[in-house]
Design a protein around this ligand. Structure first.
Ligand SMILES: [Zn+2]
Length: 189
């Protein structure tokens, strides 16, 4: 059983966070690990915001997803923003996360690229980094920081943007360069 929240004001904050996360597309597991609200309450809030029941089931994501080419560019962009906020802003973890995800969405919107990283995957990414299952490594070519496995050898590491797969060459060139610029900006922040 979850500990009761101490005050109405605190509880109001929790509800507000839950609503923000639901609007960003968060799944119920994410909500129950980021707020202290009881599960039944979260389901009710979810239904009210989305007009439907939350989908059930486990979070299916493995660390591999974050290493695919396009997914890695998006994950790295988000994580750069998240790490920056983590270092500079004195906020609660969940608020840092919400802000970082919002900034990620703003970045991709500016780039006119569809967001690839869902809010739930972004949350998993932060967990994987906290658990030491993933980390960030600087590219030996462009210097940008990218999501990698912890055992990546930094001296030899070249990111997916500097060394894109052949399939990325067709049509995606401009979006790719823009993405790279955004990543470089995020990495400098
Ligand atoms: Zn690079």
């Amino acid at each position: 059983m979850k500990t009761r929240t101490k005050s109405l004001v605190q509880e109001a904050h929790q509800v507000e966070r839950a609503v923000q996360l639901i609007k960003m597309g968060a799944r119920i597991q994410l909500l129950s690990s980021t707020t202290q609200l009881p599960y039944e309450r979260l389901v009710r809030i979810y239904k009210e915001v989305m007009g439907k029941s939350p989908s059930k089931g486990q979070l299916p994501f493995s660390t591999d997803w974050f290493l695919s080419w396009q997914e890695n560019a998006h994950s790295s962009l988000f994580l750069n923003v998240h790490e920056y906020l983590n270092k500079t802003a004195a906020m609660e973890e969940v608020d840092t996360f919400i802000k970082a995800y919002r900034l990620y969405l703003e970045h991709v919107q500016l780039l006119e690229v569809d967001p690839v990283l869902s809010v739930t995957r972004a949350w998993r990414l932060v967990q994987f980094v906290d658990n030491g299952m993933l980390t960030m490594t600087a590219c030996s070519d462009c210097g940008g920081h990218f999501v990698t496995y912890p055992h990546e050898i930094a001296k030899h590491y070249v990111c997916g943007l500097c060394n894109p797969p052949a399939r990325a060459g067709h049509g995606g060139g401009n979006a790719l360069r823009r993405e790279k610029k955004a990543l470089a900006v995020a990495a400098m922040a």
